[in-house]
Write a protein that binds this ligand. Structure first.
Ligand SMILES: Cc1cc2nc3c(=O)[nH]c(=O)nc-3n(C[C@H](O)[C@H](O)[C@H](O)COP(=O)(O)OP(=O)(O)OC[C@H]3O[C@@H](n4cnc5c(N)ncnc54)[C@H](O)[C@@H]3O)c2cc1C
Ligand SMILES: *[C@@H]1O[C@H](CO)[C@@H](O)[C@H](O)[C@H]1NC(C)=O
Length: 613
């Protein structure tokens, strides 16, 4: 990085990006920027990555993006083995003789086979992966430290963020020497988490609110697996008592690391609860505390769920962007938090890279919020829906949790009702619409042509494969077994399914891209009828993030091709299409009767020791 001679002011080069926060989103953003050849500095206040497990599921869409960054293998090696199935059990406590209801998902290896077999465009390129956030972050950090384009500064705290016309200044402190340094950068991305300093300094409201109650989390090591896995090897346990959801357990590594969540009323004093007792109480559910041998209590914390989305994803001057939890917060049910953040990071990364390398205009940056905020609104709302499936159990257990275990007809019929409830409401880990069907509407998409018709209707529970403009292009295996996604270039890709008519025409899109300096890889796929059937049209222009920018049956005239490239590169604005009516408003995130407040994070349990190091 360029130093202007003054010790206390550090100017970043014009084509470098300053990242505030080295959580999963900040670290991943740096990797993605580096992949596009862009330098970055990460400022992270902590000396090391998180000790808290937090996220345990990297979903299939994130895994696809991580694959583009060459990270999937490393992550799978560190995560739960590919042969472990992902089982979720609903119980009233480990004293149960058998789970009351369950969701049973195949292991990664079987999912891979299943996806290959289906090959109808509905499946992702990569299955999901269980890996604890503590492991995920430390892996990413090592990766960042080895990359010469990334200056990874842990132990640096951002104190004040101010935006000027020509850049952003960030007052920071090197905590090891208590030296203040002011950084000056053209672009800043705030990945500084739920209580984002940046968001507050720039006065961007975070709209939403907390949901009732809070959880005491205990993260521990135990090899007492005959007891813990008494009802079967699990991924999650949801545990119920008379008043509904009592707690949950996450098996983090399929070996020895677990987290219990004990739900408490707002007025409870979590500090008076001993960590061991919290574990036993959680496992015991509606019955007596259930003791297991604990080898080590790793860490504990109290955590309050909020659902919230920032009103804007960028500063008024357009130089600071919010990504990850600084932009949105959700309930962990569904596991959308970090996954949304990964999507944010990838989106802003390729756009910033194009802008600082002059392969696109600043309009690309405006599209970041237009594209990512609706995705967050949908996922945040859905996390609430999934959460309510569990709280809905109160209805079944109101008469007493013991009935559910009885051999009587009443007990049997109650179990059947609960099983039915969970069979119908199984979206928590199967909502592929929310996870993969991100329909972008923004100013960098040319309007669809009349022959495009209508996109398939959006359904949160089902990904609908489509190459309609704005959709993530469907994944499909080609005849030789290769994944179509692996044919994408590093930047833009023109996929052409070849038959005679097209091989004759001149490639006006490639010519237009060359004229405007938009890096475009041209891929010709011959005799791939199956893939073409799923992709519908012979010509599809795919963006660096795998979303369809344009599609057609034949090459447009050179003039029209220029117009398309002008729009997708942000040089010329397209008329903005309306946001789909499937995108909820903020008030809908909270449900009836809740009040929308600004700056939810202020309200988060700072006093209860929210996850802070
Ligand atoms: C119990 C639980 C379970 C979850 N399960 C899942 C799941 O299964 N799947 C999923 O996708 N998500 C899950 N999440 C959510 C996930 O943990 C978050 O969405 C994710 O951590 C967000 O990443 P981030 O990088 O945006 O923010 P954070 O992880 O909060 O990172 C922000 C970083 O910025 C740093 N920072 C803050 N302020 C400053 C400053 N002033 N200067 C310098 N550095 C600063 C912080 O120290 C921190 O390292 C879960 C969360 C919890 C609590
Ligand atoms: C920008 O274009 C140049 C030249 O075509 C290319 O080397 C570079 O990788 C491109 N960067 C991005 C982010 O598009």
């Amino acid at each position: 990085m360029q130093d202007m001679g003054n010790d206390s002011i550090q100017h970043l080069e014009n084509n470098a990006v300053l990242i505030l926060g080295g959580g999963p989103v900040g670290l991943l953003l740096a990797v993605a920027l580096a992949r596009y050849g862009v330098r970055s500095i990460i400022l992270e206040r902590n000396l090391s990555t998180t000790k808290w497990p937090k996220m345990d599921l990297t979903n299939s869409r994130s895994m696809e993006l991580l694959r583009r960054l060459g990270l999937t293998e490393g992550i799978r090696n560190l995560g739960v083995p590919a042969t472990t199935p992902y089982h979720v059990y609903m119980i009233t406590g480990l004293h149960n003789k058998a789970p009351i209801a369950s969701w049973e998902f195949p292991c990664v290896e079987d999912l891979r086979d299943q996806y290959r077999e289906e090959n109808d465009g509905t499946s992702p390129q990569e299955p999901w992966q269980r890996i604890s956030q503590a492991v995920f972050e430390s892996y990413l950090k090592k990766h960042c430290e080895q990359n010469p384009l990334i200056d990874c500064r842990f132990g640096w705290k951002a104190e004040k963020i101010t935006e000027a016309a020509d850049g952003v200044s960030v007052m920071a402190t090197d905590l090891s020497s208590q030296t203040p340094v002011t950084f000056f950068a053209k672009y800043v991305v705030a990945c500084d988490g739920a209580s984002s300093r940046t968001r507050r300094d720039l006065q961007i409201p975070l709209e939403g609110g907390p949901i009732p109650g809070y959880a005491l989390l205990v993260h521990f090591k135990s090899r007492d697996l005959s007891k813990l896995f008494k009802l079967g090897r699990f991924w999650h346990l949801f545990i119920f008592g008379k008043s509904g959801l009592h707690g949950a357990v996450i098996c983090q590594d399929d070996k020895e690391i677990f987290t219990t969540h004990l739900l408490l009323p707002l007025d409870a004093d979590h500090e008076s609860i001993d960590s061991y007792d919290a574990v036993y109480r959680t496992l015991g559910g509606s019955g007596e505390p259930f003791k297991v041998a604990i080898d080590e209590i790793i860490v504990r914390s109290a955590y309050r769920h909020s659902v919230a989305v920032a009103r804007s994803y960028r500063s008024s001057g357009g130089r600071v962007f919010l990504a990850g939890d600084s932009a949105h917060q959700n309930i962990p049910t569904g596991g959308y938090g970090m996954n949304m953040g990964i999507g944010d990071a990838y989106d802003i990364a390729w756009k910033l890279a194009a802008v600082v390398q002059h392969n696109g205009s600043h309009v690309l940056l405006e599209s970041y919020e237009q594209e990512r905020r609706p995705v967050a609104l949908q996922a945040v709302q859905r996390s609430r829906v999934h959460h309510d499936v569990h709280t809905g159990m109160v209805e079944f257990l109101a008469a007493g949790a013991h009935l559910v275990e009885e051999d009587s007809d009443a007990g049997k019929s109650l179990r059947e009702k609960i099983q039915q409830h969970y069979t119908i409401h199984n979206g928590e880990n199967t909502d592929t619409g929310v996870e993969m069907d991100h329909r972008h509407v923004s100013s960098i998409y040319p309007p669809p042509s009349p022959e495009d018709g209508q996109p398939p209707s959006w359904d949160p529970s089902r990904y609908a494969p489509s190459t309609f403009i704005g959709c993530r292009a469907p994944h499909v295996y080609l005849k030789n077994g290769d994944s179509i996604f692996d044919y994408y270039g590093p930047h833009w890709t023109l996929i052409q399914f070849e038959d005679e008519t097209h091989s004759q025409a001149s490639n006006t899109l490639l010519q237009a891209a060359q004229q405007l300096d938009l890096p475009l890889k041209h891929v010709i796929l011959k005799e791939e009828q199956h893939a073409q059937q799923i992709w519908k049209v012979p010509l599809v222009l795919v963006r660096p993030d795998g979303h369809v920018a344009w599609r057609g049956h034949e090459f447009p005239t050179f003039e029209s091709a220029l117009a398309v490239i002008n729009i997708v590169g942000g040089w010329k604005n397209a008329p903005l299409q309306e946001t789909a009516d499937t995108v909820p408003q903020v008030a809908a995130l909270l449900g009836a009767g809740s009040q929308v407040v600004d700056q939810v994070a202020d309200y988060k349990l700072d006093k209860m020791g929210v996850m802070q190091q």
